[in-house]
Write a protein that binds this ligand. Structure first.
Ligand SMILES: Cc1cc2nc3c(=O)[nH]c(=O)nc-3n(C[C@H](O)[C@H](O)[C@H](O)COP(=O)(O)O)c2cc1C
Length: 333
């Protein structure tokens, strides 16, 4: 039995929903080719950062201006220009190189939090050959004077400026930490976002109790990180005019099936590919196909959203009711 996996994401026609997410994996063209050989339906590039662009244009002092609220120590913590993997110019060249090397869509990524000139790089990314963009909003609000609605207004302004400069589609990559994600997601759709990527993964720093230092930490995800995404995907997927991409905690074919069942249009993977190499993508795609055959699903459309909040037999499982149930039915052994 042939299974139909073809998927339309952000207006791009993909052969299936499985994509390597933004990471250093695609910095190298050989690895990009390996990912395409392993079946990647699209290539998502790592981000180019607001701070990096401003530093490149105006020097290190521009960081002070764009992060006025931050301390001098915080500014000194930023990577130096030469520590970024790709300069803005190299990034644009790399888009063109990937575009020439592969037959699948290329999604570039801009990452920032303040409305500013850096957003104009989106236009150069489109000219360099990007088929779509991810706008990554990785925000850590630490200012007691800034309200949630101001933060959301800023994101909408950034998106609006970006969309004014380009004609390719934009997906916004968010964290789960907004007070009303459904309302904010609807607002982003109304402002012209074609999709949302759920979610950014926060790299929680640790405290070194001997040296009194805050230590940056990056450990790769495991499947437990999928759960927060499944819940929000299931709740948000019904918002009209938005495609959703799940990013975070997909390591196996079953994880990918769950992501689709919750309602995601595409499924992104990074940690499992960094751990196991690009060929792991093929393994996951094969596992999904096998699972669908065994369970008699003919197409990805049949699977998509069947366990969303709207369609699942027991939506209470996604709500406060689930919280009450798990706490109240716990028995001390
Ligand atoms: C080393 C590394 C670098 C990453 N760089 C980026 C980046 O530049 N832009 C971005 O949007 N996400 C970046 N991510 C986040 C991933 O795209 C992804 O959202 C996250 O790792 C969760 O997916 P996973 O559980 O499959 O790893 C990076 C992740 C890792 C591990």
């Amino acid at each position: 039995m042939s299974i139909e996996l073809a998927t339309n994401y952000l207006g791009l026609q993909l052969k299936h929903p499985f994509i390597p997410g933004a990471s250093p994996l695609v910095d190298n063209l050989d690895t990009v080719k390996q990912l395409e050989d392993a079946g990647a339906a699209a290539i998502v590039m790592r981000s180019l950062f607001e701070e990096q662009i401003e530093m490149d244009w105006r020097g290190v002092d521009s960081l002070m201006l764009s992060h006025e609220e931050s301390s001098a120590e915080a500014i000194s913590y930023f990577p130096r220009a030469e520590e970024f993997a790709l300069t803005p110019d190299r990034y644009l060249e790399h888009i063109a190189s990937i575009r020439a090397a592969v037959d699948v869509p290329v999604i570039a990524s801009l990452n920032g939090v303040t409305p500013g000139g850096w957003v104009s790089l989106a236009e150069s990314m489109q000219q360099a050959g990007a088929d779509a963009l991810e706008l990554n909003i990785y925000q850590l609000p630490a200012d007691t004077e800034v309200s949630g609605s101001e933060i959301e207004d800023t994101v909408v302004r950034i998106l609006d400026t970006m969309l004014g400069r380009i004609t390719i589609p934009v997906a916004v990559k968010l964290s789960p930490f907004y007070s009303s994600l459904p309302n904010f997601a609807k607002r982003l759709a109304a402002s012209g976002a074609s999709g949302l990527v759920l979610f950014n993964r926060f790299y929680q720093p640790d405290i070194n109790i001997e040296d009194l230092e805050v230590s940056p930490l990056l450990h790769l995800s495991d499947s437990s990180e999928l759960l927060v995404r499944l819940r929000w995907m299931a709740i948000l997927e019904s918002i009209p005019n938005l495609d959703f991409s799940l990013s975070g905690g997909v390591h196996t074919g079953s994880d990918a099936v769950k992501a689709l069942m919750s309602g995601s249009t595409t499924v992104q993977m990074v940690s499992c590919l960094l751990k196991n190499g690009p060929a792991h993508l093929k393994k996951i795609i094969t596992e999904v196909r096998e699972w669908m055959t065994e369970h008699e699903y003919n197409s990805v459309e049949e699977l998509r959203g069947c366990m969303s909040y709207r369609k699942c037999p027991d939506p209470g499982g996604y709500e406060r009711a689930n919280y009450l149930r798990v706490l109240q039915t716990w028995r001390v052994s």
